[in-house]
Design a protein around this ligand. Structure first.
Ligand code: FAD
Length: 293
């Protein structure tokens, strides 16, 4: 590993001052380090300064307000997210995504912010955040801004973050009334693997059981995580049936641009998208008390 300076600011303004030195060489934020340390070790990333962001209070906030929704600080580790009662009650797919990251030990270090900023197409916490239309809160010495998470990713390992910006947190709007969500991924092993494909679905229904809102997001089947807008449009305004959910699975494939790699072929990934989309929709509806024959 090449030598670098290590800094651990305790205040946001201190972090911004360090980031303003970014033109002297890359400043790499470190949260849990479960991606970054390995990337530095094998030379996939370089750093002049590694800036540990775990000690900045704003990045450790995890707060729920029924009117504003859920705020997840960028350095909050996965275990705090999935152990949080408000997350379990209002955002089940976010809980499921956080519970899938690595092992118990990894979940005590790895943050949602790190999973997002690493920008792997297979990131398990991202599709659940996308179905809730989460917003990325970004800050740096030039000011703060907000970007819908759907527009945060620009390619594999690439995001809209400038070299002097960090992710401060994620704002997740309140869950729609009468809604449930689910996330599922497929891996060839029991655990500790990267998704061959993943799907999160959210459905909200009215009192008659008609789907009023549908959101579907996919992992590992395009250069970035993606929303399946055509499948969502097909579902909205409809009464759920097995046939409709099958058709939604087929439409979800239109949002994908998968590649063939060691984990699976293009055709296999497309098939997985159909199955995982349908299954997560069936489960979310069942959680709402709607059981399809
Ligand atoms: C054994 C093992 C199993 C794993 N299993 C899974 C899995 O099942 N699913 C999955 O999705 N991932 C998995 N991962 C990958 C990894 O654990 C996750 O991506 C994790 O969420 C990264 O979080 P972190 O806090 O460790 O990030 P770090 O390693 O600290 O950072 C990751 C990247 O984000 C940047 N970064 C971190 N915080 C910020 C910030 N606030 N602002 C700007 N940039 C920032 C860093 O500079 C770095 O480029 C696994 C990793 C290991 C080692």
């Amino acid at each position: 590993m090449r030598p670098f300076d290590y800094k651990a600011p305790k205040r946001l303004q201190e972090a911004y001052a360090i980031l303003s030195q970014a033109n002297g060489g890359p400043v790499r934020p470190l949260a849990g380090g479960t991606d970054l340390i390995d990337q530095l070790r094998v030379g996939r990333k370089q750093a002049a300064i590694v800036m540990d962001v775990k000690h900045i209070p704003e990045l450790q906030r995890l707060e729920y307000d029924p009117r504003k929704g859920l705020l997840i600080g960028a350095a909050v580790p996965c275990y705090r997210v999935y152990e949080n009662p408000a997350v379990s009650q209002h955002y089940p797919a976010i809980r499921e995504g956080a519970m899938l990251i690595g092992s118990w030990q990894i979940q005590h270090r790895a943050s949602l912010g790190g999973n997002i900023c690493n920008a792997a197409p297979s990131a398990d916490t991202v599709p659940p955040l996308l179905v809730y239309e989460a917003v990325a809160l970004i800050g740096g010495p030039r000011g703060e801004r907000q970007v819908p998470l759907e527009r945060f990713f620009t390619g594999p390992g690439q995001t809209v973050l400038g070299p002097d910006e960090i992710l401060l947190g994620i704002q997740v709007p309140p869950a729609p009334p009468r809604s449930r969500s689910r996330y599922q991924r497929f891996i060839p092993r029991e655990e500790m693997d990267i998704a061959v494909a993943g799907a999160a679905s959210l459905v909200a229904v009215d009192e008659q059981g008609v789907i009023r809102r549908a959101r579907i997001a996919l992992a590992a089947v395009a250069p970035t995580p993606v929303r399946a807008h055509e499948a969502e449009a097909l579902l909205e305004g409809q009464r759920p049936t097995r046939t409709l959910l099958e058709q939604a699975g087929e439409k979800a494939v239109l949002a994908t641009k998968p590649i063939t790699d060691v984990r699976g072929s293009i055709g296999y990934r497309k098939e997985l998208v159909k199955v995982l989309t349908r299954r997560t929709l069936v489960q979310a509806l069942a959680d709402l008390g709607i059981h399809l024959d």
